[in-house]
Design a protein around this ligand. Structure first.
Ligand code: HEC
Length: 267
């Protein structure tokens, strides 16, 4: 007899648990049927989910087990007959009832929904690398006289007069022939093997405080200016898509040249 309170308490606890699970059964049903819903095909957010019961008057088989439709006059209730003969493929019970309420979560459930495919225009804006043969050089042209103006306005503050550096500035010109000495001066002129790289670098990175703000003509011009300062091209040379890849940089043979010559690459 002393066990009676324990048995009663245990019984009540089980009843209580069953009641809680019973009261939550609809929530559980929604969660479990979500994947089914996402497989029903694209959801038109305006028109509603594709699983919507096409026959509004049809009895809901999950709520009330469908009794055989006793239709004395088939013409009077064609919808009900059709529904009984071809029930919807997926269980439209609780899921159909709550379909409207879970539309937004279903969209999220397909994936994190981050990012967007890059457009052709966005790719073109990033795809600006120029190899030594000059492929991908943009249309445009420039001379050293035009470039001198660009340099004076946008470059001299950080690279010094005629790109000669000094005072902690980055030197761009001079230094020719110093690489094998005790004090090599590495500049574009003394070090870089390809003039096309100069165009690529300036266009993408300079001026440091406003990268990619120069027009293509301005880049051609300032490249012509820097190359003419070191007599790599004569003053007055017009640089463009065709002529820039033909410029021979002084230290070109200081590198193992794995790239075909511009002329050869063109044929
Ligand atoms: C606000 C300062 C600033 C301005 C303005 C600026 N640059 Fe530069 N530039 C730098 C710095 C700093 C570097 C070195 C960057 C590095 O090594 O990563 C550099 C590097 C370069 C280099 C590569 C040098 C090398 O040998 O590696 C070139 C070429 C160049 N600048 C050209 C230009 C041109 C042309 C302009 C004007 C259109 C310009 N810069 C304007 C600060 C500036």
């Amino acid at each position: 007899m002393s066990r009676a309170p324990g048995i009663i308490f245990g019984f009540l606890a089980i009843v209580f648990l069953v009641l809680i699970l019973w009261s939550r059964r609809d929530d559980t049903a929604v969660v479990m049927t979500e994947p089914e819903l996402t497989e029903e095909g694209p959801v038109d957010l305006v028109a509603g989910p594709a699983v919507a019961d096409p026959v509004p008057a049809a009895p809901d088989p999950a709520v009330t087990p469908a009794p055989a439709p006793a239709a004395p006059d088939a013409a009077a209730a064609p919808a009900a007959v059709a529904a009984a003969e071809t029930p919807p493929p997926a269980d439209p019970g609780p899921a159909t009832v709550v379909a409207g309420a879970v539309e937004a979560p279903r969209e999220v459930a397909r994936g994190p929904g981050l990012g967007a495919p890059a457009t052709a225009e966005e790719i073109a804006r990033l795809n600006i690398s120029i190899p030594p043969d000059g492929r991908n050089l943009p249309p445009g042209r420039g001379t050293s006289a035009e470039g001198a103006l660009v340099f004076a306005q946008q470059c001299v503050a950080c690279h010094g007069s005629r790109g000669a550096g000094g005072d902690g500035m980055v030197t761009l010109t001079g230094g020719l022939g110093t690489l094998t000495t005790e004090r090599p001066v590495k500049t574009v002129s003394s070090f870089w093997p390809h003039a096309t790289t100069l165009f690529d670098y300036i266009r993408r990175a300079m001026p440091l405080n406003a990268p990619q703000s120069l027009t293509d003509d301005q880049v051609y011009a300032v490249v012509a200016y820097l190359l003419s300062v070191d007599d790599i091209i004569p003053i007055g040379t017009v640089l463009d898509q065709t002529t820039l890849p033909l410029v021979e940089m002084p230290n070109r043979d200081g590198f193992v040249n794995w790239w075909p010559e511009p002329a050869a690459a063109r044929n």
